[in-house]
Write a protein that binds this ligand. Structure first.
Ligand SMILES: Cc1ncc(COP(=O)(O)O)c(C=O)c1O
Length: 248
């Protein structure tokens, strides 16, 4: 795990260094630090344009990080209590899909709530994994869907012992949490992985008065929308894994 302190910002520092060194741009993006099209720096600001650069040796590469992105991901893993963390650039959609594709193949079952996000359904459409839906029920007074009941999850596991994983919304779009720790112990006892869709739960990692986070509850993987409840730039998300998942 990381030996840098949580105050370190290796990727931001590397980005800033290329700006201060006034690196000549012979690369994409074609705006060359904002010189090509003056409307862009007028609109976004010069600083922003000077930081919009391509992967290069000093800035590492998201596809196979070996230096500053790797160090930043290690810091993120430590901050979130995970064994490995991967920065995602296509939102939590890409993290949810990665979790499902890493766990279930064509014809293999995954247990998930009927109010799962469309990113998960689209993942199943693409790879042919088979959903076993649990009806989350509805709060009659508020008219909103709820989380998965423990007894419903237990029944689904018993009826589908061949399922590869259970996916849990932590929380749902409306902020409803299931009993994640109990679901994790039931699923693990049956040899199934637990995947947490934490599109709306990034903040759970940073306050002990909030519901338990996916990693703290023992989930195998979690997808957290940094750009929603974490406040980062749009499309940024994070995929968290514990040591039951091969990071490669
Ligand atoms: C529960 C849930 N999961 C996943 C996603 C996908 O997140 P993103 O917009 O970051 O791709 C959303 C988006 O609203 C969501 O509500």
């Amino acid at each position: 795990m990381s030996r840098l302190s949580q105050q370190a910002t290796p990727l931001a520092e590397a980005l800033n260094a290329q700006r201060i060194n006034r690196l000549a741009h012979f690369d994409v993006p074609g705006h060359k630090g904002g010189r090509m099209n003056p409307e862009l720096p007028d609109y976004f600001g010069k600083l922003c344009m000077s930081l919009d650069v391509n992967s290069m040796k000093s800035l590492d590469n998201l596809g196979h990080p070996v230096s500053v992105i790797k160090a930043a991901q290690e810091l993120a893993a430590e901050a979130f209590g995970a064994d490995n963390a991967f920065f995602m650039v296509n939102g939590t959609t890409s993290a949810v899909q990665t979790m499902i594709w890493a766990t279930c193949g064509r014809g293999e079952k995954i247990i998930l709530p009927r109010n799962v996000h469309r990113s998960a359904i689209n993942a199943l459409v693409v790879n042919g994994a088979v959903p076993v839906y649990i009806n989350p029920g509805r709060d009659a007074r508020l008219g909103i869907p709820l989380g998965m009941g423990v007894s419903d999850v237990q029944r689904a596991i018993e009826e589908n012992p061949d399922a590869k994983a259970v996916l849990v919304n932590n929380p749902t779009y409306y902020g409803v949490c299931s009993d994640l720790e109990t679901i994790v112990s039931l699923a693990h006892a049956a040899g199934m992985k637990v995947l947490a869709d934490e599109a709306h739960g990034t903040h759970f990692y940073f306050h002990d008065k909030l519901p338990v986070s996916g990693m703290a509850a023992g989930c195998d993987m979690a997808a957290a929308s940094l750009h929603k409840t974490g406040g980062s730039l749009t499309q940024s998300s994070i995929l968290l894994c514990n040591d039951s998942v091969n990071p490669d």
